[in-house]
Design a protein around this ligand. Sequence first.
Ligand code: NAD
Ligand code: UGA
Length: 331
Amino acid sequence: MSESTSVSTTPTPRRAVVTGVAGFIGSHLAHTLLQAGTTVIGVDRRDPAADQTAAANLAASHGLPGYMHITADLLTCAIDPLLFDADVIFHLAGIPGVRASWGPHFGDYVASNILATQRVMDAATRMRVPRVVVASSSSVYGPTSGGPSVESDHPRPASPYAVTKLAEEQLCLAHAARADCPTDVVALRYFTVYGPRQRPDMFTHRALLAAITGQPLRLYGDGHQRRDFTYVDDAVAATIAAAFAPTDTGIVNVGGGSNASLLEVINIAKSLVGRDIQIHVEHARNGDVLTTRANSGRAHDVLGWRPTVDLHNGMRAQMQALTQPAYRAVA
Ligand code: NAD
Ligand code: UGA
């Protein structure tokens, strides 16, 4: 998986722009594209020369033929020159995270998820980029009855973050719907992505780290909340397939099919590492939904995509990456 994955035979773009390339999913996407021969213009406001996490995330891609890295903030930089001759923009830059969005940084969420996206879509239109694939979120569905969420469900975002992600995807789709817009949009609703280099605020990372280090794990609520955990290589495969989806595809769920509770994640982490986890139970956090579950019919129909990595194997790969010294230094 990940760096050791063999080069796929599925179609890949000739030239792609990846925003948020220094982040968790963006760095995996860029590396997979480069391995398949795509020229990648990677854009991120985190500078790998100054930011250890960005450097670690990009280590595998830097120096590969076809990779060009641009450190720039999409809120202010000139975007048009980055898009020259691009077949597709994979727009993953943004401020993620449900719980932190209630805090004082909401302005950052609005700025990066909405205002910067508006700039990206304006530039894509001017530069006549044929396709934008934008990272949306399962969080736009909000509370559900526990059954699978279908793309046509009425969204009920339950956190400030989710509101910005709904605005982001709808903004992109509104641009694409204009008669004079040459850019088609596919909005992917990713469901809780995990795997090597996962963001350190996320649960799977924290559970594995607690098992490895013996430090306590803070559990928000009773641990019965469930997520449709999606392995990062599967998320990347769906993202690349979205570059080739039919025009007017619109919104597609990307859910890993591993619907599991946090308690199950804790048990897998314990068994993989061979060590107990000390748990500190805290109150459930505002905006966290009880269950996410994707209906994946549309992803299969329009992307020809199905998830391939189950939670146990995916967490094993994440655990192995976490125990490598180069990565542990920034974890
Ligand atoms: P991440 O934080 O690891 O990566 C996001 C990157 O975007 C960061 O490197 C950040 O520096 C960059 N960025 C933010 N604002 C920017 C700006 N204004 N200009 C340039 N760069 C900017 O997050 P991730 O987990 O890799 O998520 C990637 C995308 O997928 C986000 O849009 C997120 O909302 C979405 N998403 C993630 C998940 C998940 O489970 N990780 C699930 C659903 C949706
Ligand atoms: C994840 C990403 O963080 C979001 O950016 C993304 O948009 C979202 O998936 C999505 O699917 O759209 P989340 O499902 O909250 O959000 O994933 P985690 O951050 O891994 O949290 C999962 C659960 O673990 C939550 O209930 C959270 O409260 C809990 N948690 C998290 C803890 O109990 N303790 C922690 O230390 C961290």
